[in-house]
Design a protein. Structure first.
Length: 225
C-alpha cells in the first residue's frame, strides 16, 4: 500500500524528447501541434485525479490554467512546488476555477503569500531553503491527496524520478524533431550516471489519438522503492 499519492507524469514530447523549441520557451508553442483528441486524452486524466502539479518555472513561462475543459469532469486541486516563492500572483492558476496550493519555504516574500491567500488559495511553508519532495508527497497524502498528475517541467520530473515517487509515465508524441543541446527534455537534473541506478519502465499500452501516438509506461518497482 502506498503512503503517498499515486503519481502519473504526463507530457507532450518530440521525437527527440524535447519539451520546448528553445531554452526558456513556452511548451504551449509545441502543444499547438496537438489535435483535439490528444487534448481530450490529457484532460480525461486531469478529471480523474485529485490534484495536478507543475513547477513554478512552468507557471512563469507557460501560465497554464490546469483545469478540465475538453471533457466533462471536475477540476483537480492545483499544486505548485516553489521553494523560492517567485511566482506571479496574477497567474492563471489563481483563478476561481479550482483551488490552488503553493508549497514553498520561508524564502517566499510575505506580500506574495498574503496576495495568494487573499485570492482564496493556500500557501504551505516548509522548513529549509529547498523543498524535499519525499516530504511533500507524505504531506500531500496526509492532506487527502491520493492521486496526482504531474505535467512538468523537467526539473520537477527529475525530483520525482530521482526519489522514486512515480508510478506511471504517459507521453503524447509529437512527430517532429527540434534538436539543440540545452533544450529541456522530459527529465532534467543531474541524471543517474549509472546503469544500476536507472529507473526502469514497462510499456503498458500504445495507441493513436488523432494524429498523436500515445505511450503509457509503468514504473518497474525495485526493492528500494
Amino acid at each position: 500500500m502506498l503512503n503517498r499519492p499515486y503519481t502519473i507524469i504526463t507530457s507532450e514530447v518530440t521525437v527527440d524528447g524535447k519539451l520546448t523549441l528553445y531554452k526558456g520557451a513556452s511548451s504551449k508553442e509545441l502543444m499547438t501541434l496537438m489535435d483535439i483528441e490528444a487534448y481530450k486524452y490529457l484532460h480525461q486524466i486531469r478529471a480523474k485525479v485529485d490534484a495536478i502539479m507543475v513547477g513554478c518555472e512552468t507557471v512563469r513561462t507557460d501560465n497554464p490554467s490546469l483545469t478540465v475543459r475538453y471533457v466533462e469532469g471536475k477540476n483537480p486541486i492545483r499544486i505548485i512546488p516553489c521553494g523560492s516563492g517567485n511566482i506571479p500572483t496574477d497567474a492563471n492558476i489563481f483563478s476561481k476555477d479550482a483551488e490552488t496550493w503553493i508549497l514553498t519555504t520561508n524564502r517566499m516574500p510575505e506580500e506574495t503569500r498574503r496576495a495568494i491567500e487573499e485570492k482564496g488559495h493556500k500557501v504551505f511553508v516548509f522548513d529549509g531553503d529547498r523543498l524535499d519532495f519525499k516530504e511533500l508527497w507524505k504531506f500531500l497524502y496526509e492532506k487527502g491527496i491520493r492521486s496526482i498528475l504531474v505535467e512538468g517541467g523537467s526539473t520537477v520530473n527529475w525530483q520525482l524520478v530521482k526519489n522514486h515517487l512515480v508510478d506511471e509515465i504517459r507521453l503524447i508524441h509529437l512527430p517532429v524533431i527540434v534538436g539543440g543541446e540545452d533544450i529541456p527534455t522530459l527529465v532534467g537534473g543531474e541524471g543517474f550516471k549509472s546503469l544500476s541506478k536507472l529507473l526502469h519502465l514497462r510499456l503498458r499500452a500504445h495507441f493513436v489519438r488523432g494524429r498523436q501516438l500515445i505511450t503509457e509506461w509503468e514504473v518497474v518497482k525495485s526493492k528500494r522503492d
